[in-house]
Write a protein that binds this ligand. Structure first.
Ligand SMILES: [Zn+2]
Length: 208
């Protein structure tokens, strides 16, 4: 197991599974006319975000492994599945990320992540499907932001919806205005796995 500043990676070397978890502590904020968070609302929001991240990121990627290592003998053929999830930590000291969950009616409020500080702002209404447009004028109508923000939290993946992104045309990518993972989104995770298991080289063998 490897506990990084931005998440914890666990490799189950018996089952051939990789598990990436982030511990989040929330700051529950609101702007009038919204009202203070109740515990039920907090729980519902965390559960929604957790499910969105799970369904966007988990059970989608199969990793290949090669090199001179017994893991290659065991999992070289089948590969390794990787799953992602978040855990709500109420004790701030044990959290890797500080998440501002903001209830607001302001139109210009935006979810955003600052990787070096391990801080993210999640605007509550951004977790509902909404319309978005990228800088090539491509549109999507049912975008939800938390799984995209999770990408920023996963080793600082870059936005792909800017005109100067090499991936601006790939509108279905989760880091653009879509919902699908790409092999490039695993870059930092693969790097960490290689560090954890010297002698193994990991790559993305399959993605769906
Ligand atoms: Zn973004």
């Amino acid at each position: 197991m490897s506990k990084l500043a931005w998440g914890t990676i666990d490799v189950d070397t018996t089952l051939g599974r990789v598990f990436f978890q982030q511990d989040w502590a929330y700051k529950w904020e609101f702007e009038a006319p919204e009202t203070a968070w109740t515990y039920q609302e907090q729980l519902a929001f965390h559960t929604k975000v957790d499910r969105q991240i799970w369904s966007s990121w988990s059970n989608r990627v199969t990793l290949g492994v090669k090199g001179k290592h017994w893991m290659v003998t065991r999992f070289g053929r089948a590969g390794l599945r990787i799953n992602f999830d978040i855990r709500w930590r109420t004790v701030k000291q044990t959290a890797q990320w500080s998440i501002r969950a903001v209830k607001t009616k302001r139109d210009d409020a935006r979810s955003e992540t600052v990787f070096p500080l391990r801080k993210s702002t999640l605007i509550v209404s951004d977790a509902e499907p909404h319309g978005v447009m990228n800088e090539s004028k491509a549109k999507a109508y049912d975008f939800v932001s938390p799984p995209h923000e999770f990408g920023h939290m996963l080793g600082d993946l870059a936005d792909e919806y800017y005109a100067n992104s090499p991936h601006i045309r790939d509108k279905n990518s989760i880091m653009n205005i879509g919902r699908y993972l790409r092999a490039r989104h695993m870059a930092e995770v693969l790097r960490q796995l290689g560090t954890m298991l010297p002698g193994c080289t990991f790559w993305v063998r399959d993605i769906r």
